[in-house]
Every structure is written in structure tokens, then in C-alpha cells.
Design a protein around this ligand. Structure first.
Ligand SMILES: Nc1nc2c(ncn2[C@@H]2O[C@H](COP(=O)(O)OP(=O)(O)OP(=O)(O)O)[C@@H](O)[C@H]2O)c(=O)[nH]1
Ligand SMILES: [Mg+2]
Length: 310
């Protein structure tokens, strides 16, 4: 008799949770490469980002979503609908919480969405490396939301983990495979992400702004790649539009004598040159527009889809 082989599995898994719980860090950890930007500042992720994981058991396609938060403008609506649109139509949900933080309305809102999901749910209790972590509080909260004790829940699993340290991340992957249906890979197993290149480039630049400017302005900033094309001398030309809301923010983003732009530009260029494995010529155009976060045309240019508004 030949060895019995388990049929391969595949499916789509969405990682949802409020801002800053560590969704992108977890995705990068599992995929083994940096594909999503990470920062201490909430609302770092603005688009759905897909990352693939493959092993002999099959393929997992992860969707990293923006943190689910209060809506005040169209960008918020786009970001939140990027979350809700993934809750249905995936094969499994990872509801990632940060038990070092207090519960509150924001957590209740996202939990209410998760509760209605018709797919297996994994409650990921992240950041267990932190002393201040209180997973017990979050488990109790989750039981209250679901209306029953964990032992009685079907198609639900709990995993305490640390995405940053890698603790129990393999266990999380094991649990996901248990939940996934049998099926062939959805993407070529050599693919790591299907993030459109312009969005990936814009995200790298936005990350450098966030790191450089810290708390000063990130929410007001939007980066859009208008051109990305090879030019003479084996160089990649990148034309980046940077949107802010006010002229004083414009000054901050540019910096005295253009210092901020220069620093952001050289940090971004270094990373982009590695990414493309060629020289990069990066040009910035900073625009101030009080309503860019509400302007559908601009948001579409920035890569958000009108259908996301629902
Ligand atoms: N101590 C600790 N910190 C973590 C862990 N995972 C993520 N972080 C930190 O938490 C912060 C937020 O991480 P992100 O991965 O950007 O969080 P996110 O959920 O993607 O955030 P948004 O995209 O804004 O929704 C960063 O400073 C990470 O370094 C963890 O397991 N342990
Ligand atoms: Mg993120």
C-alpha cells in the first residue's frame, strides 16, 4: 500500500480587530516577510492586504484589514467597510485582540460584527509577552458577546500568542488548517502578496512619514503613486503625491529647508531600491486639501474602491 496522503487544504482567512492590536505584525510574522507596515500609531493599515502562507498541508491566504474604528469621514468608512466586507465570504476569521488594553465601545462594535460571522472564529489573544496582558478579561468579554462559555462554542478556538515574538504562531497556523476546507491553492505558491505595486510603494513611503513625524500628523496624510515606471539608466521613476489637510501640515511634511522630505525620501528610496533591485528616482508633490479624506475622487486615486462604501 502506498502512503496515505492527506488532501491539501486552502482558504481565505481575515484578520480583524481594532487599531493597533498587532494584525499586520502577525501577518508579516506568518508570511515571513514584511508586506504590511507596522507602527505604534493606530490606523496604520488602510487597505486590505493579502499575504500567502504555504506548506505541505496547503495554502492560507491571509487578509490583513485596517483596524475597525469610529467613523468620521469617507476614509474611515472605506477602512471600516474593508473590514466588514471580509467578515463574510472568508473561510475563517481571526479576531485579534490586545489584552493589554481596556475594553470599550470600539471593542464592542467589532465584537458585534464578529459574532454574526457564519465562519469559524479564532480569538487571537495577542501580546502575551507583555506583563500587563489580561487575556482572562477578554475571554470573559468574548463569552458574554457570544452568549455562552467557550467550551460550548462550536467552530471557535482560542489562541494566546505573541505575533512580535512568534510565540504560538505555529499553533495558530495549525488551528487554521483544522478549520480550512480541502481544496487546491488559490494562488501560485510562489506568490507572497497580491498587493498592487503602487499601493505597496505608497505604503512604504507612508511608513517613513509616520516614523519621521511620529504623533504629529499621520492621520491627515495620504500617499498616492501617480507614476511608477522605468526610465533611462536602469532607474525606476516614482512620482508620489502626498496629501495633507492644511497648509501648516504641508509645512510640517516638507520640513525646514525640505529636511523632512529629504529624510523620508532617502529612507524610502533605500527600501524601494531593495524591493526593485534597481536605482530609484523618487519625486514628491505635496498638496493640501482640507477635504481629501472625504473626497471620493482622491480616495479612488489613492486606491480605495467606491464599492467599498456599500
Ligand atoms: N509586545 C508586543 N507588541 C506587539 C505585538 N504585536 C504587535 N505589537 C506592536 O503593536 C503595535 C501595532 O502593531 P501593528 O501590527 O501595526 O498593529 P495593527 O493591528 O496592524 O494596527 P492597524 O493597522 O493600525 O490597525 C506595534 O508597535 C507593534 O510592534 C506582540 O505580540 N507583542
Ligand atoms: Mg495594520
Amino acid at each position: 500500500m502506498s502512503e496515505s496522503t492527506t488532501p491539501a487544504k486552502s482558504g481565505v482567512v481575515s484578520i480583524v480587530g481594532r487599531p493597533n492590536t498587532g494584525k499586520s505584525t502577525l501577518l508579516n510574522r506568518i508570511v515571513g516577510e514584511k508586506i504590511a507596515i507596522v507602527s505604534k500609531i493606530p490606523q496604520t493599515t488602510r487597505n486590505q492586504i493579502r499575504g500567502m502562507y504555504n506548506d505541505e498541508r496547503g495554502q492560507i491566504v491571509f487578509i490583513d484589514t485596517p483596524g475597525f474604528h469610529f467613523e468620521t469621514d469617507n476614509l474611515d468608512r472605506f477602512m471600516n467597510s474593508a473590514v466588514t466586507s471580509t467578515i463574510d465570504g472568508v473561510d475563517c476569521l481571526i479576531y485579534l485582540v490586545d489584552p493589554t488594553r481596556r475594553l470599550g465601545t470600539e471593542e464592542e462594535n467589532i465584537a458585534a460584527k464578529v459574532k454574526d460571522a457564519k465562519v469559524p472564529i479564532i480569538l487571537g489573544l495577542n501580546k502575551i509577552d507583555m506583563k500587563s496582558s489580561r487575556p482572562d478579561v477578554y475571554i470573559e468579554f468574548f463569552e458574554k458577546v457570544m452568549g455562552k462559555p467557550v467550551q460550548e462554542m462550536e467552530n471557535v478556538a482560542l489562541v494566546a500568542l505573541s505575533g512580535e515574538r512568534g510565540t504560538n504562531v505555529d499553533k495558530l497556523v495549525d488551528v487554521i488548517f483544522e478549520f480550512l476546507p480541502e481544496g487546491p491553492p488559490l494562488y501560485d505558491p510562489d506568490t507572497i502578496t497580491d498587493l498592487p505595486q503602487k499601493i505597496a510603494v505608497a505604503d512604504i513611503i507612508r511608513e517613513k512619514f509616520i516614523h519621521k513625524l511620529r504623533q504629529e500628523l499621520p492621520h491627515a496624510i495620504g500617499v498616492f503613486i501617480e507614476q511608477l515606471r522605468p526610465i533611462k539608466g536602469g532607474t525606476m521613476y516614482v512620482k508620489a503625491l502626498v496629501y495633507v489637510e492644511t497648509s501648516s501640515q504641508k509645512e510640517i511634511v516638507i520640513g525646514k529647508n525640505g529636511q523632512i522630505l529629504k529624510a523620508v525620501g532617502s529612507a524610502a528610496r533605500a527600501e524601494l531600491e531593495q524591493l526593485f533591485d534597481q536605482k530609484v528616482f523618487l519625486e514628491f508633490f505635496v498638496k493640501s486639501n482640507k477635504h481629501w479624506r472625504d473626497d471620493i475622487a482622491i480616495l479612488q486615486e489613492l486606491g480605495y474602491d467606491q464599492s467599498m462604501l456599500g
